[in-house]
Design a protein around this ligand. Sequence first.
Ligand code: GLC
Length: 725
Amino acid sequence: MIEPYKDPSLPPHERTKDLLTRMTLEEKIGQMCQLDLSHDPNIWIKKRNIGSYLNVKWKDTQRLQKMALGTRLSIPLIFGIDAVHGHCFHDGATVFPSQLAMSCSWNPELVEEVARITAREVIYTGFHWTFSPVLCIGRDPRWGRINETFGEDPFLIGVLASAMVRGYQGNSLSDPESILACPKHFVAYGETVGGRDSAEAEVSMRKLRSIFLPPFKAVIDTGCGSIMAGYHSIDGTPCSANSWLLRDVLKKEWKFNGFVLTDWANVNWLHELQFITPTLEAAAEIALLAGNDMIMSTPEFYNIIIKRIKEGHINEKLIDEACTRILEVKFRLGLFDQKGVLSTNPNTELIGCILHKKKALEAALQSLVLLKNNNNLLPLNENIGKIAVLGPNADNSIAQLGDWSFGKVLNWPPQDCDVVDGHKDNTVTVLAGIKKRVNYQSSVVYVKGCDVLNPEDKDIQKAVNAALEADVVIVVVGDNYSLNGEHKDRASLDLTGAQQKLLEAVKTTGTPLVVVLINGKPLTIPWIADNADAILEAWNPGNEGGNAVAAVLFGDFNPCGKLTMSFPRHIGQLPVYYNQMPGWHGGKYVDIDAAPLFPFGFGLSYTSFRYSNLHLSKTELQKHEILSVSIDVENTGNHEGTEIVQLYVNDKYSSVTTPIKELKGFKRVNLHPGEKKCVNITIPISTLALVNSEGVECVETGEFEIMVGQSSGDPHTLKKSIFVY
Ligand code: GLC
């Protein structure tokens, strides 16, 4: 007779219940621990029944799982890894554009497909779980982790993050190619003061409910199976010590049935960095009581909690609840059945295959944002003649791939990616893409010219000479992994090293100047905005970034990306996100224009579009109704192109301040030259709710302005009002 927990015909909750009755206290607490391989599996698997290892090498997953399946109850490990824009810590895997880049596609279907491919490459290398997507709202570009976000708008983040979770988890977690998603970092991690990583976020409960919690509610409704708590504190309480957040809101109000993971050594930080407990023992107890179910990288937790329970200070029920959540997800994932079996082989032809690369190219193309194109300099004629390609990021795969790929390894314990130039063989740099694209009539000269960090202008004259000889000069600048990522916040967003010197020297040649940006966040580039003839924002575009940039530069693809994060003119202008609250007397600083350098939702095309005939299904609606908005969009240029129609709403008069405009809907539409289409966007009136001063979410009666335009700063935005009663 097979034990019920081993019976695949039984539902996960029954199998969990049976297994739990068979487990010792130590085995249950072991399941709550997650460590990396610096902790001996002969102890942690064989003696302590650890629940999870993270960021190991693929070949270790096979060895470790075999050890786990050889223990008394054969509970499989769940392997987690940061596969956050593709399975980037696996050499040869497909590296997609960063989240910030992909968000500029405004394409949830594409994001879902990318996540599905990532899941496939993750599962076939022995992992089951990715610590992705990031739902932090990128509102302060000084913060080091902006590249990991989907930008500054909560609505768009919710849409794209839900798509990513669907891609990872598929229709069912037990699908052979589904992996567990882990939306993070719960919540408002990007809102810490001064953009300082993991510091304090001064956010009220009302603002949490208005701005920061909604995207997470969206992914909970999508059925994500785990959530990672943030490092930071909110109004004095660290997230991993916040039972209101983890138990009252997440588990009770939202009925989240997955499990909560702390961030790396977050229990230690409660004691060592945030000083809310005098001892690690107290920190471990607070973290358990607050509702963390799995503890990342705090090995001390194991013995501390066993002791506290045996001394009668902690109720074992808390352990049963946490362990139940973890085991149920393992059963839902299929780890006790087909997925736990050691069948994966990382050398499958799937990893980095041509189909995956095709999707990476598609994602990169749709992520590119054309910020300037004076006199239609772009697209370039392929017979243009001599092209000078300059700049430190023109031929730099590590800078191009960005954070959470091999660049991370340079200052992080290497896992599968000891090779610091990983992905080199399967990454097409901007220079390589341009060289591949031009035809025999044209020639390409490359001079790096300067470094991203080193202020020496060692090769600038050589670069200027190349520009003097050229018919067009393409300068690829920006930042790199040492200026982006965890613990890498910046007090300046200016170009670093001798990049500005290089640009100004090249400008004196009078050769038409195209600037391509390879960067992990918006930078303060007013000189480029004024002096470049064309600007293409490429962010961290992944393996296929060079092919995508070349395709846009030579007109094989008409750029359609739209910014999801505002560019400040100057660091002093922050915060500069578009959905500001009203009330600023004068509306600007005395010494700088109030408008951002480039606004949220902005992006040019090689064609032009005209909006007309804004129509509302009704102008008076009740709170349960749905408003249908339609608008005609016409391609008035001579290139086929895709436009991203954006719908913003302003609550004219409200009991608490509400943003001057908020994105409430968008639609991508593809049009041939001269073609006109009627675009429809529906808005449930319930989505116009605010959180009032009592913390109650409600739609208030009154006038709302409906605005439809090409960006949050579009001067030709069409507007009409509705009245909600
Ligand atoms: C890090 C990050 C988190 C990541 C985790 C595991 O410190 O904050 O985003 O998933 O550790 O690598």
